[in-house]
Design a protein around this ligand. Structure first.
Ligand code: UD2
Length: 321
C-alpha cells in the first residue's frame, strides 16, 4: 500500500485519480474547492480530504513533515487561461510558486519519495502552427498560465537532474469525461456541450455557443486514458526527469464532435455561431510517441470516450430523478 498525495484532488482529473488509487492505496487530497467538489471523491476510508490551498506554506510544510509519501501528484492549479490574463499575480502564486515551494519541501522532508508528477499543459506550445506537437517542438507560451506551467515544469524536471529528486511532468491536451465542471465559459468545451444536451433532454430551452465556424480541432483525451498515463509516468523508471504529452494522437473538429454527440444522443443540439474567441488556437494535436515508448496506449477513440461519458451522464440523470 502506497501513501499518495494529490493536490487539486477534488477537481475533475484529481478526483478521478484519487478514486482510482484509493482502491489499493492510502490517498491524501488537498484542495481549496475553488473549482473542485468534495462530492467528486468516493466515500472511502482510504481517502483523507484536507481543505486548503497549496499556496498555504504552513499547511504544506506540516503535511510533508508529518507524512512520508511514495507518490505526489501536483494537479492544483488555476486552470483558466483567461483568469491568468485577468489576475496574473494571484494565478502565478498557485500555478508557479506552489510548485517551487513543493519542490523545496520535498527536498527537505521527503527522502523516500518515489515520484513527484507535475501536470503541465499543451498551452506551453502556444500558437506556433507546426503539428503534431512533440515534446521537443517549439515552445511559445503566450499567457501567464502557459508561462507559469512551462517555468514550473522546467524546475520540476531540473530538480531531478540537479538534486536527484524523482520527478516527471506531463502536458495535458484536452481532457474530457465525467465530473468535468461545465460552469465557467472556459471549462472544457465537451463538458459545456454535454451540459447543453442535458438541458435539451430535460426539454429546457438551450443552445451551444460555438466560437468560430467549428472547424477548429483538438486532441481530446478521455479521463480514463489520462489516469493510465499518470500512473505509468509515475511508476516507470524511464520517465525520471522527463516530460510527456498526454493526448491520443488524433484530433476532431468541433462540428464533427457535435455531430457525433447528436448521433449518440439521437437529438439535434441547436448551435449558435459567434465570432472566434480571441487568442484561440485553431488546431491542436499531440505526438504521443514518447509516452507510447513507456507503454501508454490510449484505449478510447473519441467516439468510445463520448459513449462512456454519455452513459455516465444518463445514469446520473436517472439517479437524480
Ligand atoms: C485548452 C485548455 C486550456 C489551455 C489550452 C492550451 C481546457 C478546458 N482548456 O483550451 O487550459 O491549456 O488548451 O491551448 O482543456 N469553445 C466553443 N464554445 C464554448 C467553449 C469553447 O466554441 O462554449 C471552443 C473554443 O473556442 C475552442 C474549443 O472550443 O476553439 C476548445 O475550447 P476549450 O476551452 O475546451 O479548450 P482550449 O483548447 O481552448
Amino acid at each position: 500500500m502506497n501513501n499518495i498525495l494529490i493536490t487539486g484532488g477534488a477537481g475533475f482529473i484529481g478526483s478521478t485519480l484519487a478514486n482510482f488509487y484509493s482502491k489499493n492505496h492510502q490517498v491524501i487530497v488537498v484542495d481549496d474547492l475553488s473549482m473542485g467538489n468534495k462530492n467528486n471523491l468516493d466515500h472511502s476510508d482510504n481517502i483523507r480530504f484536507i481543505e486548503g490551498s497549496v499556496t498555504d506554506f504552513s499547511l504544506m510544510e506540516e503535511l510533508l513533515k508529518t507524512n512520508q509519501f511514495d507518490y505526489i501528484f501536483h494537479l492544483a492549479a488555476v486552470a483558466s487561461v483567461a483568469d491568468s490574463v485577468e489576475r496574473p499575480v494571484e494565478t502565478h502564486q498557485v500555478n508557479f510558486d506552489s510548485v517551487f515551494q513543493l519542490l523545496e519541501l520535498i527536498r527537505a522532508h521527503q527522502a523516500d519519495l518515489k515520484r513527484l508528477v507535475f501536470t503541465s499543459s499543451a498551452a506551453v506550445y502556444g500558437d506556433e502552427p507546426t503539428l503534431p506537437k512533440a515534446e521537443e517542438s517549439v515552445i511559445r507560451p503566450l499567457t501567464p498560465y502557459a508561462i507559469d506551467k512551462f517555468a514550473a515544469e522546467k524546475y520540476v524536471v531540473d530538480y531531478y537532474h540537479l538534486y536527484q529528486i524523482p520527478t516527471s511532468a506531463v502536458r495535458f491536451f484536452n481532457v474530457y469525461g465525467p465530473k468535468q465542471n461545465p460552469e465557467s465559459p472556459y471549462s472544457g468545451v465537451i463538458s459545456i456541450i454535454m451540459d447543453r444536451y442535458k438541458k435539451l433532454l430535460n426539454k429546457e430551452e438551450t443552445s451551444f455557443t460555438m466560437f468560430g465556424d467549428g472547424s477548429q480541432s483538438r486532441d481530446f483525451v478521455f479521463i480514463e486514458d489520462v489516469v493510465q498515463a499518470l500512473d505509468l509516468v509515475a511508476t516507470s523508471n524511464a520517465s525520471l526527469g522527463e516530460v510527456y504529452n498526454v493526448g491520443t494522437g488524433t484530433a476532431i473538429n468541433l462540428n464533427d464532435l457535435v455531430a457525433t454527440l447528436d448521433e449518440l444522443l439521437a437529438s439535434e443540439l441547436p448551435v449558435q455561431n459567434q465570432p472566434e474567441r480571441s487568442g484561440d488556437i485553431k488546431y491542436s494535436l499531440a505526438d504521443i510517441s514518447k509516452i507510447k515508448a513507456i507503454g501508454y496506449e490510449p484505449k478510447h477513440t473519441i467516439k468510445a470516450g463520448l459513449e462512456k461519458y454519455v452513459s455516465y451522464e444518463l445514469a446520473q440523470e436517472k439517479s437524480d430523478l
